[in-house]
Design a protein around this ligand. Structure first.
Ligand code: CU
Length: 203
């Protein structure tokens, strides 16, 4: 066997092993968001933007957004496009859930109505974008859902740290979404290990 032929064969074998092992080659994006002109870097959505030629099946598992102690909990949620959110009322007062737009598109405004304590109402988010949650009974209540096109996302902790795991190798665009800051974007290459990134979000 010639050297070049054996090289091609071993390369093919490596690719085959990679395909079989799959996740073993997956990497993670780890980083920190610095917030400029904002109160904190907490609760910022960080996600991999849509990948050309790739579609993802919507998850069957529901995500819960609770209304408890007169607040939306969690305050910020990131979900993959197509996810169903169960809006739950855990207070002994009537709440309401509505959003005036999705990604500034007022045609996508929706009012879920009001329901009693201990009950939940589902909604499936098929449109990508930010969904500002409000309650028309309590004007001080607010929350945010970021609907993103891939299953690769995270929310920053109180210090702005985040980690997105199990990302297949490739070149992607990392994006942010936040309640008060402008969206930030950055190119990122994942190659089967940890990629460290730092992002700045400006008000
Ligand atoms: Cu309320």
């Amino acid at each position: 066997m010639s050297t070049s032929r054996s090289r091609i064969l071993s390369a093919t074998t490596l690719i085959a092993i990679g395909l079989i092992v799959g996740r073993a080659w997956a990497g993670e994006v780890k980083g920190k968001v610095t917030a400029t002109g904002m109160r904190s870097a907490e609760n910022i959505a960080v996600y991999i933007d849509s990948i050309p030629g790739k579609t993802f099946t919507a998850p069957t598992e529901h995500v819960t957004v609770d209304q408890t102690h007169l607040a939306f909990a969690p305050h910020v949620v990131v979900i993959q496009q197509g996810t169903t959110v169960d809006f739950r009322n855990d207070d002994n007062v009537g709440h309401n859930v509505y959003w005036p737009a999705i990604h500034h598109d007022k045609k996508l405004a929706h009012n879920m109505g009001t329901w009693p304590q201990g009950q939940a109402k589902p909604f499936t988010f098929t449109e990508v974008g930010d969904v500002p949650l409000l309650c028309n009974v309590h004007p001080e209540m607010s929350g945010m859902i970021f609907v993103v096109p891939t299953p690769y996302f995270a929310v920053t902790d109180k210090d702005g740290n985040f980690v997105i795991k199990n990302i297949p190798p490739g070149q992607y665009t990392l994006k942010t979404g936040s309640e008060n800051g402008k969206p930030a974007a950055q190119a990122v290459t994942v190659a089967g290990s940890t990629v460290n990134v730092s992002l700045t979000v400006t008000k």
